[in-house]
Design a binder for this molecule. Structure first.
Ligand code: 5BU
Length: 274
């Protein structure tokens, strides 16, 4: 956004969304804009990774449905570590269905995502109703988990041949603007301020951009993933960089997390001129 030249501390103070304020505060306090994509398959590995990497990350991104042993202990453990290390939790569930179904997938159900995940994401392929439905659930007067919940719209994807482009990406911006009290921003490969939208921006609009597919040592994988470096992602407008295998599959994940933290932070400082 046009705000991407401003320090996180400034954006955090003026942001209308309480969860965005918290996100910027966490980044500033820990000097980290790293989200680790903790794509491991057991609760023990997930909690172990979260505890070891916790000091170096702003957000942990989960795919909770890839765990072979998801249980109450997964939730309790994750929540405790998020408090211990002051990071936020982002379940990369990519909701993509009619409003009535996504409300049930988000709230209660087997995975109880609304109970423990601060940030969720959705595709706007189904149209505006998906955003409306998720906002309605999280902003209901009797929603039990308070106001620290927010949505990222999946505006672009990093995989080869992604169809999340053009009119799809424009609609992502439209719905973000229309539901800006719940939408924190986007998962995208760049800032989307210039994307054509049929909805006018609110005064002081400041969407947060998360960019996946960040890796320091690889250009991609054999299944179509395409990588860029922290410098490149942040230069294109990422506020938070998301790295998975680059960190958790490194010989020493803690050292790798520190490296992404340092490079991500330096690229951010260079962007804000500090
Ligand atoms: P990797 O190991 O850094 O390639 O993992 C990338 C993670 O980000 C993984 O959890 C994907 O599901 C996720 N991802 C992505 O790679 N590209 C996208 O466009 C989106 C999510 Br959205």
């Amino acid at each position: 956004s046009s705000k991407s030249q401003l320090p996180y501390s400034v954006r955090g103070k003026s942001h209308p969304n309480p969860l965005a304020r918290r996100l910027f505060e966490v980044a500033e306090a820990k000097k980290s804009n790293v989200t680790v994509s903790a794509d491991v398959t057991t609760t023990k590995e997930l909690l172990d990774l979260a505890d070891r990497l916790g000091p170096h990350i702003a957000v942990i991104k989960t795919h909770i449905d890839i765990l072979s042993d998801f249980s109450e202990d997964t939730i309790t453990g994750l929540k405790a570590l998020a408090t211990k290390h002051n990071f936020l939790i982002f379940e990369d569930r990519k909701f993509i269905d009619i409003g009535n179904t996504v409300q049930k997938q988000y709230h209660n159900g087997t995975l109880r995502i609304s109970e423990w995940s601060h940030i969720i994401n959705c595709s706007v392929l189904p149209g505006e109703g998906i955003v409306e439905a998720l906002a309605q659930t999280a902003q209901a007067p009797d929603f039990p988990y308070g106001s620290d919940r927010g949505l990222l719209i999946l505006a672009e994807m990093t995989s080869k041949g992604s169809l999340a482009t053009g009119a799809y990406t424009s609609a992502s911006v439209d719905y973000a603007r229309k539901y800006h009290s719940f939408v924190l921003g986007f998962v995208a490969t760049r800032a989307l301020g210039e994307v054509e939208s049929s909805v006018a921006p609110a005064e002081g609009e400041d969407f947060v951009v998360f960019t996946t597919g960040v890796n320091l040592s690889s250009k991609g994988d054999k299944l179509g993933q395409q990588y860029q470096t922290p410098q490149s992602a942040i230069g294109r407008g990422a506020d938070f960089i998301i790295a998975g295998r680059g960190i958790y599959a490194a010989p020493d994940p803690v050292e790798a997390a520190k490296q992404y933290q340092q490079q991500g932070w330096e690229a951010y400082l260079a962007r804000v001129g500090g």
